[in-house]
Design a protein around this ligand. Structure first.
Ligand code: PXP
Length: 239
């Protein structure tokens, strides 16, 4: 199982002060050194965390594949065609949301997505669609010409976090059936969203899923695991 590390929230901390630290490029290098298989980042319309300059610097610096998550808009496609990440993952985006709240509705915008994807594929960029674990969305993903789907694990994570074990069983069954179906139709299968050190294990047991993209939980743990060292380093300067 490959790991794509999403570094968005390193930039969230940086942007809280509109300063230069922590630099998401530094985090991307550390993720690479730790053995990550991919760097994932989501350039949003409102640039609330990473921006295109971060994307450019990460692509120039790391030697592992870069996966750009983006909304299917003209502006974002131009960014992808300019900087050429290895993969684009199309996600739905609403300005008011705290994070991506559901999968892309491929069924209702099949024609648009088919046309939207073409130039990306012609440029040699792999195209993945972030969708709910739903068989109709998977069929539509094949129809529009996607190379891969990333199954949204957000609902699974939510039921896990509220200790709803029946819900966990139900969501795992959906993810298993969807992964199997997508693979049988020739799609590569990835998954992600809301995964943590507590809930990731059952997902790793779904053999059709090749890769997980995980961000918030890794950044959250990095802050706490590094806190003691950071305080000690400051104390040394004060003494
Ligand atoms: N995959 C996709 C498509 C996403 O939009 C996100 C969030 O940006 C992630 C994975 C990572 O989610 P999390 O930060 O909850 O691990």
């Amino acid at each position: 199982m490959r790991l794509g590390v999403n570094i968005d929230h390193v930039a969230t901390v940086r942007n809280a002060r509109r300063t230069f630290e922590p630099d998401p490029v530094y985090a991307a290098i550390l993720a690479q050194m730790a053995g990550a298989d991919q760097i994932t980042l989501h350039v949003r319309e409102d640039r609330r965390h990473v921006n295109e300059d971060d994307l450019r610097r990460i692509i120039e610096t790391v030697h592992i594949p870069v996966n750009l998550e983006m909304a299917p808009t003209e502006e974002m496609r131009n960014i992808a065609l300019t900087y050429r990440p290895n993969r684009v993952t199309l996600v739905p985006e609403r300005r008011e949301e705290i994070t991506t709240e559901g999968g892309l509705d491929v069924v209702s915008q099949k024609e648009h997505l088919k046309e939207f994807i073409k130039p990306l594929k012609e440029a040699g960029i792999e195209v993945s669609l972030f969708i709910d674990p739903n068989l109709e969305q998977i069929k539509a993903s094949v129809w529009v010409g996607a190379d891969a789907v990333e199954l949204h694990t957000g609902t699974y994570a939510e039921v896990w976090n509220s200790f709803d074990w029946e819900g966990v069983k139900r969501e795992l069954a959906k993810l298993r059936a969807s992964a199997k179906f997508a693979k049988s139709l020739g799609l590569r299968v990835y998954a992600g969203h809301g995964l943590t050190y507590h809930n990731v294990k059952p997902i790793t047991e779904i053999k059709e899923i090749e890769e997980l993209n995980i961000g918030h939980s890794i950044v959250a743990n990095a802050v706490l695991l590094g806190f003691e060292r950071a305080v000690k380093d400051m104390l040394k300067l004060l003494k």
